[in-house]
Write a protein that binds this ligand. Structure first.
Ligand SMILES: CC(C)(COP(=O)(O)OP(=O)(O)OC[C@H]1O[C@@H](n2cnc3c(N)ncnc32)[C@H](O)[C@@H]1OP(=O)(O)O)[C@@H](O)C(=O)NCCC(=O)NCCS
Length: 173
């Protein structure tokens, strides 16, 4: 299976909508991506599409967020959300390829850390750990183990204790 990972292009929007809709079984995440694209947090180079034989089968998005510290400082970071693999193509390593390639590109682009809210038994294998380890919290009412973070630059989160502030788009879905 020949998997190609590349940044999205304008003409990919419909395919990305569909892959997310099928993977999640609803349209919330597809709509979220549309809202994020309109806002300042969107990083086109970090909206990645996975193709198999030219067909869109997976997608991952990293958007800009910040961690608000109690002293008022803001630490720039990234959120991984959402990611999706077409149901017919899951469990073949495509999701893993999207994450590792995304993290590599995020690091190359100068980002130093990534936050994710997701499956506690999936993301740790890529280096994520509970964000509570760095004192990073979320206003979402979720179990501690599903809210995770990862440093792309060692030590990046050493003084990052604070609350993650998501783009306004997340409140629209
Ligand atoms: C999560 C998802 C992106 C993984 O993509 P993938 O291409 O199947 O992932 P990979 O093939 O790289 O890895 C497969 C591993 O993912 C894990 N996994 C897949 N779906 C999972 C789920 N719903 N919960 C927990 N772990 C899951 C399993 O550990 C699996 O390993 P195994 O086959 O050895 O059991 C894909 O299953 C998906 O689109 N799910 C629906 C949408 C979703 O939940 N997105 C993530 C939101 S946090």
């Amino acid at each position: 299976m020949n998997i190609r990972i590349r940044p999205e292009e304008t003409s990919d929007a419909g395919h990305i909508y569909e892959v997310n809709r099928l993977a999640f079984g609803r349209e919330d995440e597809s709509r979220l991506i549309g809202f994020l694209r309109e806002g300042g947090s969107f990083v086109p180079a970090l909206s990645l599409l996975a193709e198999v034989d030219g067909m869109a089968v997976g997608h991952i998005l990293f958007t800009r967020i910040f961690i608000a510290r109690e002293n008022g400082a803001r630490i720039e970071s990234l959120a991984l959300a959402p990611m999706a693999v077409h149901p017919d193509f899951q469990r073949r390593g495509i999701g893993g390829r999207l994450i590792t390639e995304g993290l590599r590109r995020a690091g190359e682009a100068g980002f130093t850390a990534v936050i994710v809210l997701g499956h506690a038994d999936y993301y740790p294998k890529f280096g994520f750990a509970p964000a509570a380890k760095w004192g990073i919290t979320t206003l979402y009412d979720v179990p501690e183990e599903v809210f995770m973070a990862m440093e792309l630059k060692p030590g990046a989160l050493d003084d990052a204790s604070g609350t993650v502030v998501y783009p306004e788009a997340f409140e629209r879905v």
